[in-house]
Design a protein around this ligand. Sequence first.
Ligand code: NAD
Ligand code: UFG
Length: 337
Amino acid sequence: MKVLVTGGAGYIGSHTCVELIKNGHEIVVVDNFANSHPKAIERVKAIVGKDFPFIEINICDTEALDKVCADHKPDCVIHFAGLKAVAESVSIPLNYYENNIVSTINLLRAMEKHGIKHLIFSSSATVYRADNEMPLTEDSTRGCTNPYGWTKYMCEQIITDAVKARGNCSAVLLRYFNPIGAHESGTIGEDPSGVPNNLLPYLSQTAVGKHKELPVTGADYDTPDGTGIRDYIHVSDLATGHVAAIEYATKVEGAHPFNLGTGKGTSVLEMIHTFEKVNGVKVPYRITDRRPGDSGVSYADPAKAHELLNWKAVKTPEEAYADTWRWQTNNPNGYQD
Ligand code: NAD
Ligand code: UFG
């Protein structure tokens, strides 16, 4: 299968490119480096020992996207490209709505024009309301608290409607829980710009000495140790989920949502202590106020993906923390080194 990967220089995209090639797919990658670095592409090529076409375009540019589809004739698209910082989406919402929604509409039009039948879309657990019972199933109530989340919610709806109207085509909407970890080679990983928003990048940068201490944002949640619980999934497991999703997409019609998570929750303090043990480092931390809008507990019921995609997360938290530390210590400044 020839797969067009949008946003393939990014964190999840780069790891998925590795898995796609390992599983015999041909890939064509596009990215505008809005939140990534060309080195990620070079390093993916080094890991797989293969070259593949990369084209630097903004996928909101209709003509540029049209040319890529005409030149490369993909059979399938994995659409990672998007802006993803929650706080930034609150301060510049129109940039988020424009980039994430226009790009998705453009892609759907290009797919129809070029007869590309299958789409795998990067959605998020953020589409679920915080007051659902746990674990979250694909039928849990949806609703968002920030513009970033609404772009995912709206794109899911747009894709579902477009696929239904077009007929004889399919989309898999992958709702990721909390991606962590890095490729075992330590050569590709998460490279947040500025101060990280997410827990594990902040934790590993604290361990390497870039921050004095890790703020533990809330220790008064209704959880065993009071800190927030999330479903952290190794990025390489997420990547294999995309390979499974392609196979499924070729067998079905219509749009189908799937949770990609482990089904297990981990608290902030559990993560800190296990990270310290696995990597033999100290992580200084301080309890602070809750982050506004944060929920206490979120974890997936991944049964639908087990059953229909024949996919399961297999990597342990210990592997994820060791892989993150290898990436962090080999690349203290991410791809800038
Ligand atoms: P990322 O920022 O590392 O990767 C996204 C890539 O898309 C970047 O390389 C960026 O340069 C590119 N991009 C953005 N807009 C573009 C455009 N208009 N044209 C071309 N390229 C563009 O993010 P990620 O963590 O790899 O996430 C991938 C996808 O998964 C995103 O859609 C994100 O919203 C979604 N997601 C991420 C998480 C997470 O916690 N990382 C969780 C749930 C969902
Ligand atoms: N946390 C800290 N200190 C920090 C950062 C986070 O204690 O410096 C805590 C949070 O309170 C939460 C947990 O660590 O309990 C995880 O926080 P993250 O920011 O890493 O993850 P979230 O679940 O809050 O959000 C992430 C992405 C969203 C995405 C969601 C579901 O940021 O965009 O996962 O995929 F929608």
